[in-house]
Unconditional design. Structure first.
Length: 305
């Protein structure tokens, strides 16, 4: 698909003027200082060809994109037993909302809202002595970049201000849906969110989902073909906050976003991709990134549908 480089050039030209529109996430102090007008995008096809534009090699805080990797890793540990503790429905509420937890007895709606990711992190805390290292190593394997790590300053910044996430964790613990000490789970969760990656490495790291669950760079099976399908379905229905319906309509591929301004996605059988621009629309998704993805599936004629 040699045409992808030309498509990315066109998208950068069209979308660059939007970079900086919207708001950079303020509630984690270390994120608030990121320059808002940056824009990068990368597409990696399953034969390893990289197409990239703009600031595609500038590392950023992956934030909630880590929820895709932690879910995958937890799923490899406990399989379907996970669904006794986390649902699979869109939440219809903000990613950090507490309201549903009360009526739904501490079972979060899905693994991509914060409460759900905290339960997923709890699974990793039970399974691994060092859950933060386990996830970093997992992402290194998926991307093929052995130098990836989390940013301690971002992790500390989030740890200092994680009042809402702590509240959720305590609440779920009161329902028996958190098995490890709240501080341990929050610590691992914040470090996972603080992993720094660039668009190229992220596009490479999600490519196993496009490749039926097999890491295309090593041949290692990460999850079964059926699990890759199910993880992708969750991305499509729950991966972009409360805008997942709109995303399916506008973009039409499985995506996962983060408040650092990154959005990953993939087209089954073809490619992994990532776009990054730090300023967010009200839903929490990157404003320029969302437009870029919509243009990508429109210009290439590639989507699920
Ligand atoms: N670390 C962020 C939080 O827990 C992640 C939010 C996100 O990217 O959606 O609030």
């Amino acid at each position: 698909m040699g045409g992808y480089s030309t498509v990315l050039e066109q998208i950068e030209e069209e979308t660059r003027p939007l970079a900086g529109r919207g708001e950079v996430a303020q509630y984690i102090p270390e994120l608030a200082g990121v320059r808002a007008d940056q824009f990068g995008m990368a597409v990696v096809t399953l034969d390893g060809t990289v197409h990239a534009c703009g600031e595609a090699r500038v590392p950023f805080s992956i934030q909630s994109i880590s929820k895709l990797f932690s879910l995958t890793l937890a799923f490899t540990c406990v399989g379907d037993a996970l669904w006794q503790r986390v649902g699979r429905e869109p939440s219809g509420t903000a990613f950090n909302s507490l309201v549903q937890l009360e009526t739904e007895k501490g079972i979060p709606r899905n693994p991509f809202i914060n409460a759900g990711a905290l339960v997923v992190t709890d699974v990793l805390c039970t399974r691994f002595v060092n859950p933060e290292t386990a996830l970093v190593e997992f992402v290194r394997r998926l991307s093929g970049n052995a130098t990836l790590d989390y940013d301690l300053r971002v992790a500390r910044s989030e740890l200092d201000t994680a009042f809402r996430n702590r509240a959720m964790a305590h609440f779920m613990r009161s329902f028996g849906n958190l098995h490890n000490p709240v501080d341990d789970v929050i610590d691992a969760y914040c470090r996972h969110c603080a992993i720094r990656m660039d668009c190229v490495d992220l596009a490479r790291a999600v490519a196993f989902l496009a490749n039926g669950g097999v890491n295309p760079w090593t041949g290692e099976r990460i999850v079964s073909e059926s699990s890759a399908k199910r993880l992708s379905a969750l991305m499509l229905t729950c991966g972009t906050y409360d805008a997942a319906g709109d995303f399916a309509y506008r973009v039409g591929i499985p995506c996962k976003s983060g408040v650092g301004g990154g959005i990953v996605g993939h087209i089954p059988g073809e490619l992994g991709l990532c776009v990054w621009s730090p300023a967010l629309e009200a839903t929490g998704n990157s404003l320029a990134g969302s437009v870029a993805l919509e243009r990508f599936t429109t210009l290439t004629g590639r989507s699920l549908f």
